[in-house]
Design a binder for this molecule. Structure first.
Ligand code: FES
Length: 152
């Protein structure tokens, strides 16, 4: 039996009816068509599903949708302002912070949090904060460069 869920996603109020066991990730992708958020592992190991809830990053695959009642969600689709990319998106492009791109939405959401939460002081600190976001192409040095550029 489905249950009601009210949450704000990328500035838009959503009144949904969801399966009680549906993850935030599946609701975003399947009910709201926000497929920028990726499913890599579906058990908290890769970071591809990273989104912001009330400004804090979380793995949406580990989060039940019904826990999101009244919360504000931001996904990769919500970062740009109209045609204006977020500075972190610009920096990833400039520094080639990706190859295949599958992990990129999660990397960018974590990278924004890294600076916002004050964990971009040194390269080691950035690498530690970003360690939950796996990139199988190995774009890590370029990702660090992108974060360092936005921080400065
Ligand atoms: Fe959520 Fe991998 S899909 S951490």
């Amino acid at each position: 039996e489905k249950v009601p869920l009210k949450m704000e996603v990328n500035g838009k109020q959503q009144n949904l009816s969801v399966e009680p066991r549906a993850t935030l990730l599946d609701i975003l992708r399947e009910q709201l068509d926000l497929t920028g958020t990726k499913k890599g592992c579906d058990y908290g190991q890769c970071g591809a599903c990273t989104v912001h809830v009330n400004g804090q990053r979380i793995n949406s695959c580990l989060t039940f949708g019904i826990m999101m009642n009244g919360k504000k969600i931001t996904t990769i689709e919500g970062l740009a302002q109209g045609d204006q990319l977020h500075p972190m998106q610009e920096a990833f492009i400039k520094h080639d912070g990706f190859q295949c791109g599958y992990c990129t939405p999660g990397q960018i959401m974590s990278a924004v949090s890294c600076i916002r939460e004050g964990h971009a002081g040194s390269e080691a600190e950035i690498r530690e904060y970003m360690s939950g976001n796996i990139c199988r192409c190995g774009a890590y040095p370029n990702i660090v460069n992108a974060i360092q550029e936005v921080k400065d």
